[in-house]
Write a protein that binds this ligand. Structure first.
Ligand code: ADP
Ligand code: MG
Length: 405
C-alpha cells in the first residue's frame, strides 16, 4: 500500500514539475521584452530556468538535504532575478512572498523557518531599497503604497506559516500513528512466537520432571544425590510456573465471556484454597465480608487475580502474621482490600509493579501483577496500592458492581 502511495505521489510530482517547467519556458520565450536584443539579463534568466528545472527533475532520485537547499537557493535566485529583470510585471512580487512555500513541500521544519526568516529580511531590505533609492522609478506600484505592501507581505507570510504549521502537525501525527501500528504488529508476532515456543518447552519439561520424581522416590541414591534431585524438581517447578503464567498473558482466552460473579463465594473459595499455603508459615487469612455483591467478569480470571494478590500478601508477611481481606459495595463499585503487615514497598517498587519479570523474590516469576493488571483492565476494574516499608501493604481492587435482577 505504501508503494502504491509513493507511485501516485511521484506521478503527481512529475506532472506538476512539467507544468512548472512549461510555464517557466513560456515566460522566457513568449512576449519577453529581453528577447528582442538578448543580453546578459536574458541569458541569466535562461540559465536559472535550466538549473531550477534540473533540480526539480532530479529531486525524487536524490532526496538529500543538500538538493533541498539547492532547490531553495536556485528557486529564490530565479524569482528575485525575474523581479529585477522585468520590473513592469508587478505580479513577480507575489513569487517573492511565496518563496518559503518551496520548503513546505519538503516538510522540513528547520528549512522552512530558516527560509521564512531569511526571505523576510531580504524583502524588508529590498522594500527599503525601493523606498529610498529606486531611481529611476522602476517599482511605482510598491513605492506608492509602501506600508500597504509591507502589511500584505507580512500577511502572506503569516498565511504560509499557518499552512505549514497545520500540515506539518498532521504529518507528524500520521508518522507516529504509522510507527505505532508497525510496533504493535511486531509485538503481536513476537508474542505469538514466544507463546508457541513456551508451549513447546512445557511438554518436555513435564516429562523430565516426571522421571526425576520417580528417581527421587526410588530412594536408591545417597542423600547428596537426593538433595540434587529435589533441587532439580524445584527448579523445573519454577520454570513451569513461569511458562504457564506467561502463556496466560500471551494467549488471552478469547472464549472468556463476562458472567455474573458472586464476589463472596469466590473470595471464600480462594481463601480456603490459600489457607493451606499460609499455614506453611503460620499465616492466617481472615475474610471480612457481610453482604453478597456481584461483578461482571470471568470467574476463573477473577480467581486468578485474587490468588496472585493474596499470595503476594502472604509471601510478604512475617511468620505468624495474618492477612485480612475485606469486601464491600460502594456506590456503583465493589471494593476488595487485601491487607498485610509484611515488608511493604517503596514508591519506586510500587511503580515497578506490573512490569514483566519484576520480582524481588528469589523464586518469583514477576508475572503475577502483570496478569492482575491485565485482568482488571479487561473488566474495567482497577488495582491500587498503599504501602509503607516495614509496616505493610493494602491492595485495593475495584470492579464495577452488577445488580442481580
Ligand atoms: P512475584 O510474586 O513472582 O515476585 P509479582 O508480580 O506477583 O511477582 O510481584 C512482583 C513484586 O512485587 C514482588 O516480587 C514483591 O517484591 C512485590 N510485591 C507484590 N505484592 C507485595 C506485597 N503485598 N507486599 C510487598 N511486596 C509486594
Ligand atoms: Mg506474585
Amino acid at each position: 500500500m505504501e508503494n502504491n502511495y509513493t507511485h501516485i505521489n511521484q506521478k503527481l510530482y512529475y506532472s506538476t514539475v512539467l507544468v512548472v517547467i512549461s510555464l517557466m519556458l513560456l515566460g522566457l520565450f513568449v512576449d519577453n521584452p529581453l528577447l528582442e536584443h538578448p543580453g546578459p539579463g536574458f541569458f541569466t534568466h535562461g540559465a536559472l530556468v535550466c538549473l531550477f528545472s534540473m533540480c526539480l527533475i532530479i529531486y525524487p532520485k536524490y532526496k538529500s538535504h543538500f538538493i533541498r537547499i539547492l532547490i531553495i537557493v536556485i528557486g529564490s535566485s530565479y524569482f528575485y532575478s525575474i523581479f529585477f529583470l522585468y520590473p513592469n510585471t508587478w505580479s513577480n512580487f507575489i513569487f517573492l512572498c511565496f518563496i518559503p512555500a518551496i520548503s513546505i513541500l519538503f516538510f522540513d521544519s528547520r528549512l522552512f523557518h530558516y527560509t521564512l526568516l531569511t526571505n523576510t529580511f531580504i524583502i524588508i531590505g529590498l522594500l527599503s531599497y525601493i523606498a529610498v533609492v529606486d531611481s529611476p522609478h522602476f517599482y511605482p506600484y510598491i513605492r506608492e503604497d509602501l506600508i500597504g505592501n509591507i502589511i500584505n507581505f507580512l500577511g502572506s507570510q503569516a498565511i504560509l506559516y499557518f499552512i505549514f504549521y497545520i500540515s506539518y502537525g498532521r504529518l507528524q501525527k500520521q508518522k507516529l500513528y504509522y510507527e505505532q501500528i508497525k510496533q504493535s504488529e511486531r509485538l503481536k508476532t513476537t508474542g505469538q512466537l514466544a507463546a508457541a515456543v513456551a508451549h513447546e518447552i512445557r511438554n518436555p519439561l513435564t516429562v523430565v520432571k516426571g522421571f526425576l520424581q520417580i528417581y527421587e522416590k526410588e530412594n536408591k541414591y545417597n542423600e547428596e544425590s537426593n538433595r540434587h534431585y529435589s533441587l532439580m524438581i524445584d527448579e523445573l517447578n519454577t520454570a513451569e510456573q513461569v511458562i504457564s503464567q506467561f502463556l496466560s498473558i500471551a494467549k488471552p482466552d478469547k472464549d472468556t465471556k463476562p458472567e455474573l460473579v458472586n464476589v463472596k463465594t469466590v473470595l471464600q473459595s480462594v481463601t480456603d484454597l490459600l489457607n493451606s499455603y499460609g499455614l506453611l508459615r503460620d499465616n492466617k487469612i481472615i475474610l471480612r465480608m457481610d453482604e453478597d455483591c456481584y461483578i461482571a467478569a470471568n470467574t476463573i480470571e477473577f480467581k486468578q487475580l485474587l490468588i496472585n494478590i493474596i499470595k503476594n500478601a502472604i509471601e510478604a508477611s512475617r511468620v505468624g502474621d495474618s492477612v485480612v481481606i475485606t469486601a464491600e459495595s460502594k456506590k456503583s463499585l465493589v471494593e476488595i482490600k487485601v491487607i498485610d503487615q509484611g515488608q511493604g514497598m517503596s514508591k519506586e517498587e510500587i511503580d515497578s509493579l506490573g512490569t514483566p519479570f519484576y520480582s524481588l523474590k528469589s523464586k518469583g516469576t514477576g508475572l503475577g501483577m502483570m496478569i492482575c493488571f491485565n485482568i482488571a483492565t479487561k473488566y474495567k476494574g482497577s488495582i491500587s496500592f498503599s504501602s509503607e516499608k516495614g509496616v505493610g501493604t493494602t491492595v485495593t481492587i475495584r470492579f464495577p458492581s452488577t445488580n442481580v435482577r
